[in-house]
Design a protein around this ligand. Structure first.
Ligand code: SF4
Length: 308
C-alpha cells in the first residue's frame, strides 16, 4: 500500500486508517521535535501528489476486509494541506467508504490562512490543527517554518477556520521543555485559544525519537499549564490497553510498514498489531539481525526504527 497504513490505534483517534498523501517529510515546517528524520527544506508549493486510480483501488482493497476504523485520517509523512485539491481526496474517501467513517485532517495550520485551503477542508468531520507557539519568537524556534509563513498567519488561519468549519476542531499543542512550556507562554496560549474557540485542546508531548534533542516537560509543569489554559484540556496519553485489537495477523511486512511511518516501542507495536509481546520480540530480533530495523533509546524507552 502506498497511500494507506493501518488501521493503527492512535492516541487521539481510536483506530485510525492513516492516509499518506505526500512524499516523506514534505512539509511547510521543520519542527525541532519532528520524528520523520532527515531535514529537508520546508516547502510551500501545493502539488497533486497521488495517483487517484491507485488511491481508490487501495482504499477499496482495505475496506473489503471490513477492518475496525474510527477515523480515516489525512496526516502521514508530511503536511497534508500541501496536497492540492484536498476536497477531491476527501470526496473520494467518503464516496468509496459510503460515508461510513468520519474523515479527520491533522494539519500544522501553516496554510489555513488561505481561503482556498480552508474551503477544501469543509467536508472533513474533524480537523486537528497545531498551535505550538503563542508568539512569533517561539514559533520560529519550535516550528522553523518556510520563510513565507509567520505566526500571525497561523493564528489568523485557526481563528478563521473556526468561523467557517462546522465540524469539530481539536487544537493540538506540542509542549517542549524550555521552549514553549513556561507559565507566561501558557497564559498567552490561553488568550489565543479563547479567540480560536476549539472544541478541545490537546497537549501532546515529544516522547518519540526526533532528529533534535528535545525534552518533555515534567508532570507538575504540565498540570500548571493545564490549569492556566483552563478549558477542556487533555494530555494525549498512550493508547489505552483495553482498546487493543483482538486479532493478531502479524507479518514482518506489517512491522516494517508500521515503522516506515513512525518509530515505535515494542509496546506500541504489540498494541497496534495485536500480538503477544514475547512473540513480537522474536520478530524484532530477527529484523534487527537482518539490519532491516535498528533500535534507539530515547527518554528511557527503546524505539525501533527503519534502518534506511
Ligand atoms: S509539522 Fe509535522 S511533519 Fe512537519 S516538520 Fe513539524 S512535526 Fe514534522
Amino acid at each position: 500500500m502506498e497511500y494507506f497504513y493501518g488501521p493503527v490505534p492512535s492516541r487521539r483517534l481510536g483506530f485510525s486508517l492513516g492516509v499518506d498523501l505526500t512524499p516523506k517529510k514534505t512539509c511547510t515546517f521543520n519542527c525541532i521535535y519532528c520524528q520523520l528524520g532527515v531535514v529537508t527544506q520546508p516547502k510551500i508549493k501545493r502539488v497533486f501528489y497521488i495517483d487517484l486510480a491507485q488511491f481508490k483501488q487501495e482504499l477499496k482493497t482495505i475496506l473489503a476486509k471490513n477492518p475496525k476504523i474510527d477515523y480515516i485520517t489525512l496526516s502521514g509523512s508530511g503536511e497534508p494541506t500541501l496536497h492540492k485539491d484536498l476536497a477531491k481526496v476527501i470526496k473520494v474517501i467518503k464516496e468509496i467508504s459510503e460515508y461510513r467513517y468520519p474523515v479527520a485532517v491533522i494539519t500544522n495550520s501553516s496554510l489555513l490562512h488561505r481561503k482556498k485551503v480552508r474551503d477544501q477542508l469543509m467536508e472533513a468531520d474533524l480537523i486537528v490543527p497545531s498551535l505550538d507557539a503563542p508568539s512569533a519568537k517561539i514559533f520560529k524556534k519550535i516550528n522553523r517554518p518556510h520563510p513565507k509563513i509567520n505566526f500571525y498567519k497561523i493564528k489568523k488561519g485557526c481563528i478563521q477556520l473556526r468561523k467557517e468549519f462546522k465540524g469539530k476542531i481539536w487544537l493540538e499543542i506540542m509542549l517542549v521543555k524550555g521552549v514553549n512550556d513556561s507559565l507566561e507562554a501558557a497564559d498567552k496560549f490561553r488568550k489565543i485559544i479563547k479567540r480560536i474557540k476549539p472544541d478541545k485542546v490537546q497537549l501532546n508531548l515529544p516522547v518519540r525519537p526526533s532528529t533534535e534533542e528535545v525534552l518533555v516537560p515534567d508532570s507538575r509543569q504540565i498540570a500548571k499549564i493545564k490549569s492556566i489554559i483552563g478549558q477542556e484540556v487533555e494530555v494525549v496519553a498512550t493508547f489505552p490497553k483495553d482498546k487493543r485489537p483482538k486479532q493478531a495477523d502479524i507479518k514482518e511486512e506489517e512491522i516494517l510498514n508500521y515503522l516506515k511511518r513512525r518509530p515505535a516501542t515494542s509496546d506500541d507495536l504489540s498494541s497496534s498489531l495485536g500480538i503477544n509481546i514475547s512473540e513480537l520480540l522474536k520478530y524484532l530480533a530477527k529484523l534487527l539481525e537482518e539490519e532491516k530495523i535498528k533500535a534507539k533509546i530515547e527518554k528511557d524507552n527503546k524505539y525501533f526504527l527503519i534502518n534506511d
